[in-house]
Ligand binder design. Structure first.
Ligand SMILES: [Zn+2]
Length: 100
């Protein structure tokens, strides 16, 4: 079974081919640090139309992050509780892998 994360768009198998479990956590968002005309710096989303000089890169936490790390079990249902559901997941077809 393949799942697609509705927060970050990542596609993954919660149970890997070898039987191991994968607990998806959305990656942080990439950002660039730009120097502004007054010499101060700002953290902004990468934009090819932004002509301010880039002086570094960083990441920021993704809003609505999904974090499947288990934090316990719901005593009423027996369901494993995860750290943060984000926008949820949906089942998707296996990705097509082109070879050669
Ligand atoms: Zn995600």
């Amino acid at each position: 079974m393949w799942l697609k994360c509705e927060t970050c768009g990542g596609v993954y198998q919660p149970v890997q081919a070898g039987g191991g479990l994968y607990f998806h956590t959305c990656p942080p968002l990439e950002r660039v640090i730009v120097e502004q005309p007054d010499g101060s710096r700002a953290i902004v989303a990468p934009d090819p139309d932004d002509k301010r000089p880039i002086v570094g890169t960083t990441t920021i936490p993704r809003p609505g992050v999904r974090d499947e790390r288990p934090i316990g079990v719901d005593p009423a249902t027996g369901q494993v509780l995860i750290a943060s559901p984000g926008r949820g997941v949906r089942v998707v077809p296996a990705p097509i892998v082109e070879e050669g």
